[in-house]
Design a protein around this ligand. Structure first.
Ligand code: PMP
Length: 366
């Protein structure tokens, strides 16, 4: 609290990101869904060969080269792409651009009960009312729950976080077509890890109210670079550009634009890393199930696992932490009985499973 802060800043409960270890601290970091593999080798080439003198100049305000790289890969026009400083910024701008401000007549935004915990913070920050729609058994999202409730917008992470489950693109189409007057925001931060791969970009021609948001943080191993983007109709993208140019016209620096474009163009390297993570995810899931854990089928680069009877999730989280293994635990009722575990390298996951095995056998002995 401070008398110098305005009412909103005094009242807001900011988003709390997963902890980042201190420099030099040796941990197995499975808590913030980063990619365990390095980014495209082109990143190093760009950093070695870039003209440092150019840093005195402002970057390209629209990230043109990056928009072209995304457009080419996704089969859309560059004017259907918008880039921002991480998908968090893109999502924040979407809230400002497409959703109604809170007043007596403003309709709410619909979002799943358990989802990315930044959505309610954006909503509060931009005075947008939200209604949380309960998930069904085993965190299943029922598209029918998003049809028929008056709203000014819908936000769904697909695959959802932290639940790891996804819905099929046909269901997204139903939600979009069932809400023709609202913008439907589909946050595909983890879509690259779905198997078989599906993206809502494929239904954009039939859904003029759809915005697909992506990030280079997870699929392209560039969380440290901060690059996210949205793909939508030209009309919706123009709205985002109006918001950007009323807030920060240069959201992406020169290096971020170049490296992200190169990473998106390096599809072969990207596929190799993603296939590896999917394979490791399957092995980790099997190993955890053998130890008595249960979890929904993951379409992401993490598992949302419930420990077997007799093992408390919070205690397990703390014990793993004391062994130098960070996973994510949410104290929120309804999901406080499980852990969100990012998929690391095979070696990291072997160490993780060995540590969990030890915990399970200690629990049995006590
Ligand atoms: N959406 C979801 C569902 C996420 O989990 C995250 C990562 N915390 C983001 C968006 C934001 O990613 P970034 O800002 O790194 O692009």
């Amino acid at each position: 609290m401070s008398e110098f802060w305005n009412k909103k800043i005094n009242e807001i409960e900011p988003y709390v990101a997963g902890e980042q270890p201190k420099k030099g601290e040796k941990v197995i970091k499975l808590n913030t869904n980063e990619n365990p593999y390095p980014p495209t080798p082109m990143a190093r080439v760009i950093l070695r060969t870039c003209d440092v003198a150019e840093l005195r100049l402002y970057p390209n305000a629209s990230s043109t080269e990056l928009l072209e790289a995304v457009a080419e890969k996704e089969g859309v026009k560059p004017s259907q792409v918008f880039a921002g400083n991480g998908s968090d910024e893109v999502l924040a701008l979407c809230f400002q651009t497409f959703f109604e401000k809170e007043n007596e007549t403003a309709l709410p935004v619909l979002t799943p009960e358990f989802s990315y915990s930044f959505y309610p913070v954006f909503a509060k920050f931009y005075d947008v009312r939200t209604i949380k729609i309960p998930l069904k058994e085993d965190f299943r999202l029922d598209p029918d729950d998003y049809i028929g409730t008056p709203n000014c917008g819908i936000v769904i992470a697909n695959p959802n976080a932290p639940t790891s489950r996804s819905i099929i693109v046909e269901d997204i189409k139903r939600i979009c077509q069932g809400n023709p007057d609202s913008v439907v925001l589909i946050d595909e931060a983890y879509a690259a890890f779905s198997d078989p791969y599906e993206t809502a970009v494929s239904i954009l021609p039939e859904c003029p109210n759809l915005v697909v948001v992506r990030t280079c943080s997870k699929s392209h191993s560039l969380a440290g670079l901060r690059v996210g983007y949205a793909i939508a109709s030209e009309e919706l993208i123009e709205g985002l550009n109006r918001a950007k140019d009323s807030f920060n016209s240069y959201p992406l620096d020169r290096l971020a634009q170049m490296i992200a474009a190169a990473a998106i163009r390096d599809t072969a390297y990207n596929r190799k890393c993603i296939d590896k993570i999917i394979a490791t995810r399957k092995n980790t899931e099997a190993a955890l199930k053998e130890l008595g854990f249960t979890m929904p089928k993951s379409s992401s680069n993490f598992l949302f696992a419930k420990p077997p009877k007799g093992i408390d999730a919070e205690t397990l989280y703390k014990n793993l932490k004391s062994k130098g293994i960070l996973v994510r635990y949410f104290k929120t009722e309804g999901i406080n009985d499980r852990l969100r575990i990012t998929i690391g390298t095979d070696e990291e996951m072997e160490k993780f499973i060995a540590a969990v095995k030890e915990e399970v056998s200690n629990a049995k002995d006590s």
